[in-house]
Design a protein around this ligand. Sequence first.
Ligand code: R5P
Length: 262
Amino acid sequence: MFPDGEDYVRLLGNVKGEDVIVVQTTFPPHRYWRLLLILDACREAGAAKVRAVVPYLAYARQDRIFQAGESLSARVVGETLSNLCAQIVTVDVHKEDIRTFFRIPFTNISAEEPLSRELDRLGVQVVLAPDAGARPRAEAIGKRIRVQVDHLEKKRITSEMVEMTPKSLNVSGKSVAIVDDIISTGGTMAKALEQLKKNGARDVYAVGVHGLFLGEAVQKLTAAGAKDLIATDTVETKYSRVTVADQIVGALRAPLPAIAKR
Ligand code: R5P
């Protein structure tokens, strides 16, 4: 790294003519630059084919223009990566639709299976999605471990503040997992925890595929009564107790998916 924080990348091995797989998660988000530089170094060194495994794909949440004047960051990610590699493999991207921004095969694998195994092992009896958008993931997990599924209604006020419509939930005395794709500031999970605690849930697990745990997120969730925090290893933290390694290997061995049409 240069003194000003710029990354410097140099390959020490020989990749000429090789099929190279680059694994680089993009959290913190400046690692996205590192990924681009590594891919470029492979291309420069004559790799026959370069594939990128990006377990957490940053800049994917801005997947449409919400207000005039904004940049469409997911499209920038799609366009830059399409220039530098032959396939992208990622995990539980915020919205699968961003595949249309890529001109290369885009594989979005799911952490549902390993997360389900862990929640089953913990004896979870209810899976709760913190908003309607997260419901399909909660449904899939609930179906695998054969438990009740519900969801809350969330309204985002600012990037750090959310509101949740109170709801009567059938969770009294039960062990519940709130499952979301990303735990960032922990605001969403903390509000969902409040609802569960009001409804008498016994043990509540805050589960995110990608656990970023920014700032005071851990303290916030603990104070809100979380029994434990659970995330996968797409972003390494002390809560990354579920691995998606097998799913990534499976995706790399599978036939390439078709390139999405715009
Ligand atoms: C947003 O739509 C995502 O699915 C997550 O709910 C969000 O990123 C969580 O953020 P935070 O932890 O800051 O509430």
